[in-house]
Design a protein around this ligand. Structure first.
Ligand SMILES: *Cc1c(COP(=O)(O)O)cnc(C)c1O
Length: 352
């Protein structure tokens, strides 16, 4: 606390990201990074951009990247917004569509950045409890509201809604923006992108941090009808004209162009997810069905915080949340086979 902080800053309770340890040799399964590394073509495209042109500002509109993404999804370029990670895209969406609103809805168990943005932008929100299987129940989102946001699949539960359920929520709320945060959609779900032409109130966000393994480059995007995108551009151009640097714009476009690598690594993550789920179940864990690059699991006899601490002491990091409804769960990112074997062997000895 400082006398120099504004009142607004004194009241903030910032988001706490998962640990990025400074020591190597850890089995890092705590922040849902992709274990397989970026596309070699993306790396090459980025390396080519390390040259004297870096003295020049990048394209403020990232037109080439937007066109690549528009082609990829079969939408128009003015239906694409890009930003410095989807966290920034989400922040701009809160400012553009939810700021000053009274009843923005999101699940009680969800991405913990949403309440932080509510506070930053003066949004009053209401949480909607997940059902007993830790899934979103679409009929709960017919109550009066001024906006809706949720991840699909949800985080940190991994539970997926089908497109018909997404459509049900979007259709029931023609006067609200419904923001579907698809950070994990490429690990087995169907994107709602195809619904944006039908529904002017639907905004879909995605990130290159998870399925395209570029968390370190910070690239996220939003897809929606042109006037929603223009709302985001207005906020962005009142904040930072150049959120994506030259290297990031080139790498992100190349990542979208390398479909083979993308498909192959997503398939491998899904295969490893099945292996990890089985191994955890064999150790007595209950594992929620996951459509993401993590699993959410609890052990009926062992305290989750204690397991997490025990793993940490052996160099394995997973994510534990102290929020009451989920404080007996661990969120474990999908890793390589080697990382997962290490986790399972440490867990086996901890539980023995
Ligand atoms: C990881 C994640 C994001 C943010 O991704 P970045 O693009 O790296 O900022 C957004 N939403 C959810 C639900 C996430 O898990």
């Amino acid at each position: 606390m400082s006398q120099y902080w504004s009142e607004a800053v004194q009241r903030l309770v910032p988001y706490v990201p998962g640990e990025q340890p400074k020591i190597s040799n850890l089995t890092k399964l705590n922040t849902n990074e992709n274990p397989f590394g970026p596309s070699p073509k993306a790396l090459e495209a980025m390396q080519k951009k390390i040259n004297d042109d870096l003295r020049l500002y990048p394209d403020p509109n990232a037109d080439a990247l937007k066109q690549t993404i528009a082609n990829y999804y079969g939408v128009q370029k003015n239906q694409v917004f890009v930003g410095n990670g989807s966290d920034e895209v989400l922040a701009h969406a809160f400012a553009a569509f939810f700021q000053g609103k009274q009843r923005v809805l999101f699940p009680d168990v969800t991405y913990s950045f949403y309440p932080v943005y509510c506070q930053l932008y003066g949004v009053a929100h209401q949480t909607v409890p997940l059902d007993e299987y830790f899934c979103i129940r679409p009929s709960d989102y017919t109550q009066p509201n001024d906006g809706i946001i949720f991840p699909n699949p949800n985080a940190p539960t991994g539970c997926l809604l089908g497109l018909a359920q997404i459509e049900q929520i979007v259709q029931a709320n023609p006067h609200s923006v419904v923001l579907v945060d698809e950070a994990y959609i490429d690990f087995g779900g169907d994107s709602a992108v195809n619904l944006i032409q039908t529904y002017p109130n639907l905004l879909v966000t995605q990130t290159l941090s998870k399925s395209r393994s570029l968390a370190g480059m910070r690239v996220g995007l939003a897809l929606g009808q042109a006037d929603l995108i223009e709302g985001l551009e207005r906020v962005k151009n009142s904040f930072n004209s150049y959120p994506l640097d030259r290297v990031a714009q080139a790498g992100a476009a190349a990542a979208f162009e390398d479909e083979d690598y993308f498909r192959c690594t997503c398939q491998q993550v899904m295969a490893n997810r099945a292996t990890l789920t089985q191994a955890l179940q064999a150790l007595g864990f209950e594992v929620l069905p996951s459509f993401a690059n993590f699993v959410f699991a609890r052990h009926p006899q062992r305290d989750a915080a204690a397991i997490s601490t025990g793993l940490r002491q052996q160099g394995v990091i997973v994510r534990h949340f102290s929020q009451s409804r989920i404080n007996q769960f661990l969120r474990i990112s999908i890793g390589t086979e080697t990382q997962q074997s290490r986790l399972i062997s440490v867990l086996t000895s901890l539980l023995a």
